[in-house]
Design a protein around this ligand. Structure first.
Ligand code: NAD
Length: 356
């Protein structure tokens, strides 16, 4: 039975396909932009240059300074440069860090952002921004930061190393998993979530086998698009709270942390989320235990499975558990200190996930 719901569609234009970068000048022109600032991470400076070249006269400059979690100093520098160059928009090429920097500029100056995502993190689909100041990350929602146009070009993802591809893909699936049991889940978003998990779980082994397999890369980007859309439309629960606490407090790497925590958070919630379990079982090929299947998949693809190997000390478990229960939030199963502590201990040690 379909229960009552409220669904708010977000304005979103997507240009999808290997080679889509060639359509970037059209997208920029369609938005009436003449001088766009290209943003990327230092590691992707070459990609940033490639994008600027594709734009010709419409590129005002390249800033290759994007960093994880958008430090306020980098945001301030980017905002000043955009003003100095008289930029009328930004093209953010890269993962969540580059797109996050574009959002930081949009938040202050209202400049439209065009996103060219090269990981599977999904930030390009959301109106969520983040800024980190004095070690604390603030996040918020603002439709001005939602990219006006998103170009998915699988060719740009072929350089994403296998390890990062897997953890980024697991990060994407985490959005879909939590969207399926979200308090504001809706039928259309649940379809996207199930299909996103199916497509990502199917694509990742092929991506790992051959990083230049454009079909596999396109399937993974299609999945990332769907999962990002789920993140934008629903309220995230225990899994995202835990990852936020682990990343913000201990500076653990974003995608890897999601990869380790997801099977454990899902195993914890599975007994209280039968519809989500049914959807994930279908998406993962008819398995009985989706959490166990995701843990096995991560292991088979060589991804980290313990917080210990990400550099977390066991002594930090109680602190993170307390943070995760400090403020109430919607979750299918009541979040208790005891339950979260057991979950974190298993994730820290790399044990198979258990409902607890
Ligand atoms: P990232 O953007 O930091 O990228 C990780 C590294 O991979 C960088 O060095 C980058 O240059 C490199 N890289 C990216 N694509 C590559 C490619 N195709 N080839 C070679 N190298 C490549 O990592 P991420 O996981 O994409 O993003 C994480 C950040 O995004 C976090 O700060 C997270 O909080 C944020 N995020 C925000 C939202 C949102 O809705 N606001 C959603 C998801 C993630």
């Amino acid at each position: 039975m379909i229960r009552g719901f409220t669904y708010q569609a977000l304005p979103m234009r997507v240009v999808f396909g290997a080679g889509a970068l060639a359509r970037l000048p059209e997208e920029v022109a369609a938005l009436g932009l003449d001088r766009v600032l290209v943003l990327c991470s230092p590691e992707q400076a070459d990609t940033g240059k490639l994008v600027a070249e594709a734009l010709g006269d419409r590129a005002a400059g390249v800033l290759a300074e994007a960093r994880m979690h958008v430090p306020i100093e980098v945001a301030t520098q980017a905002r000043a440069l955009a003003a100095e160059l008289g930029a009328d928009g930004c093209v953010a090429v890269g993962g969540g860090s580059a797109i996050g920097l574009g959002k930081a500029i949009a938040l202050e100056h209202g400049l439209p952002v065009i996103a060219v995502p090269t990981t599977y993190a999904g930030s390009e689909m959301t109106p969520v921004w983040g800024l980190t100041e004095a070690g604390a990350k603030r996040t918020g929602r603002d439709e001005r930061v939602l990219p006006r146009s998103v170009l998915y070009d699988a060719e740009l993802t072929c350089t994403l190393p296998a390890g990062m591809s897997v953890t980024s893909g697991m990060n994407a699936m985490a959005h879909a998993v939590e969207g399926l049991y979200a308090p504001d889940a809706t039928p259309i978003i649940s379809l996207m979530a199930e299909e996103g998990v199916r497509a990502m779980a199917g694509a990742l082994p092929r991506v790992v086998a051959d990083g230049a397999d454009l079909d596999a890369r396109s399937d993974a980007q299609y999945a990332a698009w769907l999962c990002g859309g789920v993140l934008a439309a629903t309220t995230m629960s225990l899994h995202h709270k835990l990852c936020h606490a682990l990343g913000g407090t201990l500076d653990l790497p974003h995608a890897q942390t999601h990869t380790v925590v997801l099977p454990h958070a899902l195993a914890f919630n599975q007994p209280a989320a039968p519809d989500a379990v049914a959807a994930l079982s279908r998406a993962l090929g008819g398995v009985d235990d989706p959490a166990g299947e995701l843990w096995t998949l991560a292991g088979r693809l060589g991804a980290p499975r313990s917080l210990r190997e990400l550099g977390m000390a066991e002594d930090d478990v109680p602190r993170i558990a307390e943070l995760a229960v400090a403020n109430p939030y919607a979750n299918p199963r009541p979040v208790t200190l005891e339950g979260v502590t057991a979950l974190l201990r298993a994730a820290w040690a790399g044990e198979p996930p258990a409902a607890g």
